[in-house]
Structures are given as C-alpha cells and as structure tokens.
Write a protein that binds this ligand. Structure first.
Ligand SMILES: *Cc1c(COP(=O)(O)O)cnc(C)c1O
Length: 565
C-alpha cells in the first residue's frame, strides 16, 4: 500500500517551512518559527483539515548547546536518525544547482493527534548516493553555512518541494509560505504555468503572475527588513542557472538583490503578519501591499502541563478540540488551580536540579525567561541595575531560570549568554538563578508551566508575535512583558498579567526602571501578600488567553480567510 493513500485524494493545501518542531527527538527546528509550524500541523490534524507539510530533513539538526565553565555557549551538532521516526518514500525528483543535477527524496512523518486524523509531513533529503558529495550535505544543517548554502537549501525546499508534491501525486491548489525561506516555490509555479507560444496573445507576458498569486499565501514573521534573506543576482544566476530569465526574477524579487520577502509579497494573493501590531509595522516597511493580521496561537493540548490537562478534561471535556471552552476557567476552584500549578512547579524544580545542580525553592516566586538569545530580546535587562535587583530580592525572595540558544553566527547573542551566566554565578549566594542548557521543546514545556512569572523584554517593535507567553498563560503562569507582539493584544493590566511600560521611545534604562518598578511594587507584593488575588489572575489568564491565543483559532482563520479565498 502507498503510505500516502490516506492523504492524496483530498489534500489541496501545502504548507512550506524551513523548520518544523514535531517532537523533541526530531531536530528539524530551531525556535519559534518551527514550533509555530508544528502547532499549525497539530491543529490541522485536530480539525481534520487536509494539509501536507513540507520541510527539510536537517539530519545534523540546528545546534546542541552546552555551556562551558566560562558561561559561554558551545555549538555542537545535533544529529537525529530519520529512520527511527519516519519512513522513506519511493519517489525522487531533481533540481539543478550550479549546473549539477541534485536528487531529492522525502521522508514521511505522519503526525497524529488523539483528536483527529493524521497529517503528512514530508522532510526533504539530498543525502543520496546519486548526488555529488557537495550536494549530499545540503539538507544537513538547519540555518547552517553561508549565503550560498542557504540559497541552495531554499532551492531544495521551494523548487524541489513543489516538484516532489507533483511527483507524489498531490494536486495542490494553495501553497502557504511560512516566512520567506520558501519563496522560490513561486518561481517554480511561474515556470509551471508560463504561457506556451501557442497560448500567447500579443502583448501578453509569458509568466502569469496573477495565476501564481491566486495560489500563494505568505506569512511574514520578521518586522525588520534586515532580517530577511537577500541574495546577490550573480549568486542566484550561478546557483539557479537559466531556470527562469534573471530579468523575470528581478520583476518580482527586487532590482538589486533577490529579496525573498519581496518575492513572496509580489507573488502571493494573501499576505499576513503574525499579530496586529506586527501587521502594522510590516505595512509601514512594505507600503502598497494588502497585509492582514492573523495573530499566532499555540496548540493547547501540547502546551498544557499534564496536571492541568487532567483538570481541564474533568471540567471542560472538549477543551482540546475546542479551546474556547477554557473561557470558563475563571470558575475553577482556587485551591485546585494553586495545587495544580505547584505540581508543574515541582517538575521544573526537579529538572533544574537534574540539569544544573541548582536547588530552587517551591514557595519562592520563580521567574522564567527562555527565548532565542539575541540582542533585541534583551535577556540581560533584569541585570541593568544589579544593586536594585538585590535590594528587591532582599525584601521579597525571588529566583530565576533562563534558557535559550544563540545562532552560531550571532556574536551579540553569544555575549548575552555569557553575560547572563556570569551574573548568575556572581550573584549565586544572594539570588538563586540557573541557566538550563539546550533549550528545546521539552525544556520549554517544563519552563512555561512551572514558572510563576513569564518574563519578556524585547525591544519594541521587534517582537513580531512571540508565543511562549501564550503557553505560560495556559498553565496559569502570569506574563510580565513589554507591550509588543501578541502581548499588545492580550495584556489587560493587573488582570491577565502586567505590562512593562517604559517610555514611548525605545529606551533600555526606562524599560529596566519600569521592570523593577512593576516587580517590586506589584508582582512580588501580590505573590506574597495576597495569594487569593494572585490565583484570581491565574484564572483570568487561562480563561482570557487560553480561549483565544490558540492555534485552533489561528488555523480556522487561515482556512476561511486565506485558503478558501
Ligand atoms: C515557544 C517556543 C519558542 C518561541 O518563543 P517566543 O515567545 O516566540 O520567544 C522558541 N523555542 C521553543 C523551544 C519554544 O517552545
């Protein structure tokens, strides 16, 4: 039997993504973008929406992080074995890279959810005997290598992916580009629907942009133009060859460099940012495009701690399929909510002890901070004024757990990891803090459920959405965050959590001042002096955030507004 039989006849939508977080053992993701793709797939399964997912196999993973004795990140390979988790499919397609034929074969991962049918995930692999040794490594390292390597990976994903779907027998009408990495798929579509000389009436262009736009949906995730992939045209022409005339690519991809965001914007009929504020920022950066907002969400059953899952199951039987049911979480008994949270916190304490040898206290307010370690996320904002931090901790005890990886080439991010670790050890006899190495799906699940406060300090407007705070809220963990990304929509001050309001202009001192102010005057006193009100807020967060900021709502919106246009 063909393992694709359950999917072939009914699947009309393909979701292309450079990374996807399927499970901790499958190292095909680096962070938020991949987790979002994974949560999207899980919700498609729950909702029985037939979508095929396409990504790279990334055999060597992204990076395994270890922290050396100076507090610095060491980047190690993070391999996984596709045969253990997926099955090879019998099809192969070829793309041309630098004039060589590069063969691509897919692995099939059938993502199944307890609630619905499974969805297929195709992981593309070039590590085949048929290929030149140089090309066998193209699908090894996620976001590895230089620009040339990156462009070649994007050829495999975008062009190879479209060809493969066809070869496998999929009849796809809608292609969803999760970020610009997959934008080359638009060129393959242009190629496929170019007008043949017989069809061509005078004055008509050979390439039918309108038809491609009809078929493409583009979700952009980065608010800064500098964060988008750009490739010089001499490189593009060397790698792609004469696949499509360079002048044609320039029309859609930008005059000077091939800008993947520009290409995707010009050839997609539905474009969206991942939060309302992010859509506004993107409209300013790219005027003239109709940019909608579909605010991200998280997969509720995946991110709910097992103890809370039991509570929800008992009180709201259909919560997994219909997370809107959590709106009634404000009616849960206080003791039940608190005791359930303490179980999640105990798991975090166990993990921190096992991984870092640091002993956290169950009754001390615990701040969690875990994200991609990079400049704009400002993981060191909490240490802006160490004396003030210590004075605060003297009055009301607090403890902090950090986690997060820096991209191997992000020197700034690496310095931040070192700085945070140095603060942790310098202050170790005054404030208990730990850095959990190798942030991944499993650490994220433990941290977002076991902290009391989820801290988020990005420099606005650079946080497109953020999703970890949504995971925290599902578990009654309160957000303390700069008003950016999704939090600009979700924050009801003193109800669902707290905002860190610095000045209107981005200013680290003002933000640090606001952070200390909120912590010492509101968060800490409330935690220690008015536990009833704290629990009331926990229930407000579950109810107001969990019922809305979930991937079930997000996928339903993509289905009705973007796919069924
Ligand atoms: C949820 C998640 C992220 C994204 O979190 P942000 O809030 O967007 O920073 C990154 N990495 C992992 C492992 C996650 O689970």
């Amino acid at each position: 039997m063909n393992p694709l039989d359950p999917y072939l006849g009914k699947t009309r939508i393909a979701y292309f993504t450079m990374e996807i977080a399927l499970r901790p053992e499958i190292h095909t993701y680096s962070g938020g973008l991949g987790v979002l793709a994974g949560d999207t797939a899980r919700s498609c399964a729950d909702l029985a929406l037939s979508v095929v997912f396409v990504s790279l196999v990334s055999r060597a993973g992204y990076l395994r992080q270890e922290i050396d004795r100076h507090g610095r990140q060491m980047d190690l390979p993070d391999p996984w074995e596709p045969l253990e988790w997926t099955q090879p499919l019998d099809a192969m397609v070829a793309v041309s890279i630098e004039g060589r034929t590069v063969w691509i074969r897919p692995w099939l991962y059938s993502l199944s959810c307890p609630l619905g049918p499974s969805v297929p995930v195709l992981l593309l692999d070039t590590d085949l005997d048929q290929n030149d040794p140089r090309d066998r490594q193209l699908t090894d390292r996620l976001y590895g290598g230089d620009d040339v390597y990156r462009l070649k990976q994007e050829v495999v994903l975008g062009i190879g992916g479209v060809r493969l779907l066809k070869a496998l027998g999929f009849d796809i009408t809608t292609f969803h580009l999760n970020e610009g990495h997959a934008a080359l798929l638009t060129l393959e579509l242009l190629h496929q629907c170019r007008r043949s000389p017989e069809r061509l009436r005078s004055g008509e262009p050979v390439y039918d942009h309108a038809e491609v736009r009809e078929r493409c949906v583009f979700t952009t995730h980065t608010p800064v133009a500098a964060g988008h992939d750009q490739f010089p045209y001499d490189l593009v022409s060397r790698v792609l060859g004469d696949f499509i005339e360079l002048d044609e690519i320039r029309v859609a991809g930008g005059p000077e460099q091939l800008n993947m965001t520009q290409l995707a914007l010009n050839l997609s009929g539905y474009i969206n940012g991942v939060a309302k504020r992010h859509a506004e920022t993107t409209r300013r950066a790219y005027p003239g495009y109709d940019i909608r907002a579909v605010t991200n969400g998280v997969h509720v059953p995946t991110w709910t701690h097992p103890s809370f899952a039991r509570v929800y199951e008992a009180h709201f039987p259909h919560w997994g399929h219909e997370p809107e049911a959590l709106v009634k979480a404000d009616q849960l008994p206080d003791d039940l909510v608190w005791d359930t949270h303490q179980k999640a916190k105990a798991d975090l304490i166990t993990r921190v002890k096992a991984d870092c040898g640091v002993a956290l206290q169950p009754d001390v307010l615990t701040i969690g901070f875990a994200r991609r370690m990079t400049g704009y996320k400002r993981p060191d904002l909490l240490f802006a004024d160490v004396e003030r931090l210590l004075a605060m901790a003297e009055k009301y005890p607090l403890q902090v757990v950090f986690a997060g990886k820096a991209h191997p080439k992000d020197d700034d991010g690496k310095r931040l990891i070192e700085r945070v670790n140095n603060h942790i050890s310098d202050l170790s006899d005054r404030v208990t803090m730990a850095f959990l190495p190798n942030y991944d799906l499993s650490i994220a699940a433990t941290l977002v459920a076991g902290s009391d406060i989820w801290l988020n300090t990005p420099l606005p407007p650079l946080e497109a959405s953020g999703t970890s705070g949504m995971k925290a809220a599902l578990n009654g963990v309160l957000n303390l965050s700069v008003r950016d990304g999704w939090w600009a929509e979700a924050c009801i001050e003193g109800v669902t959590g707290w905002a860190i309001d610095g000045t209107a202009e981005a200013n680290a001192d003002a933000d640090a001042d606001a952070l200390y102010g909120k912590l010492s005057e509101q968060v800490l006193p409330l935690f220690y002096n008015d536990r009833d009100h704290w629990i009331w807020m926990m229930k407000q967060a579950i109810s107001k955030i969990g019922s809305y900021f979930n991937s079930q709502r997000m996928v339903r919106r993509y289905a009705t507004e973007a796919y069924l246009r």
